[in-house]
Design a protein around this ligand. Sequence first.
Ligand code: KET
Length: 420
Amino acid sequence: MESNTVVSASPTSAAGSSVFAHIVQAPEDPILGVTVAYNKDPSPVKLNLGVGAYRTEEGKPLVLNVVRQAEQLLVNDSSRVKEYLPIVGLADFNKLSAKLILGADSPAVQDNRVTTVQCLSGTGSLRVGAEFLARHYHERTIYIPVPTWGNHPKVFTLAGLSVKSYRYYDPTTRGLNFQGLLEDLQSAPSGAIVLLHACAHNPTGVDPTPQQWEQIRQLMRSKALLPLFDSAYQGFASGSLDADAQSVRMFVADGGECLVAQSYAKNMGLYGERVGALSIVCRAADVAGRVESQLKLVIRPMYSNPPIHGASIVATILKDRNMFHEWTLELKAMADRIISMRQQLFDALRARGTPGDWSHIIKQIGMFTFTGLNSEQVTFMRKEYHIYMTSDGRISMAGLSSRTVPHLTDAIHAAVTKVA
Ligand code: KET
């Protein structure tokens, strides 16, 4: 055929109308779309409190010193190559990640009954875990708290699970609806999967107490409900990696099975490196081995194998005693700055005489404050004050600084006094 042969107009030729012409514009993501809108705003006073990403007092993204150090070591090591990782990722990273969440002396790790695979951050770990469950687990229903991270229902539905909910937050008390939670889990079908936020529940900032966790554990074990932990904020809630892992460790200590999706986005500030891990804690080592063989079949056609750089940073830090220690200090500093932002915002609203009880700002845990502002008030604050947050009234405390507290206080004051 001649290269300049005239092709008659057809749907895929330049002359035809697009085969995609019918496609409708999709809405922006409810969380990541907030950043898109923020970026378009030319105002010099604009403030992004939407996405959960840590900022310094100067409002800048932070790369941890220990991460820079690890990257330097990696770059200087000329023996390092860019070969493909195995389907399950970097072996050291996987082992160290399991120890980080389950504890260095975890019997489950020592008995080799945990399989851990490196995945694309927390989201990817949840997706791989959910795909595995949809394929191999007998009960395809997953219960998620109300409210929860907005991506949860989408990830689980697309993986092939059927999503149901359990009561979690009580807007009147701005606390845990513990009775509702227990009732809903009690009436879930035996064997159902239950999504639990390991700590620093997103968006509410409300976590069960250790005693409540123990009751949840007993109920779930008695009904054979399968826990799937989402651990996106280990160390970010209390400042202690071990304290923030207690909920997970409680469920592993009883010898039962569970899944854990870990993210290093927030606690190591590795957001864009997409580094995380999925661990499946099994009853016995032979089961864990077979589970891992099936996880490989889930991963291979999805993205083949995970990227090497982020996992190498994490492994470098976790395996070196001094770097690990430095990481814990930097992590604690981030957690402390967020806690101090809570206090400053609370004090400022009180000093301002803003109507309402704002004590939930200092009671809530983790990166977010679930303010109780409604979507009209959120819209008002965006329009009049150029302050960006998710429409459910969640603000990322990590995006706030001493310098911007007064502006946010003015905006909240105006919103609650002018917009019903
Ligand atoms: N789980 C929870 C509870 C969570 O808040 C996030 C991210 C993730 C998992 C996934 O994070 P990853 O980057 O895949 O490791 N939450 C923030 C960012 C986002 O929505 O993607 C947020 O809520 O702002």
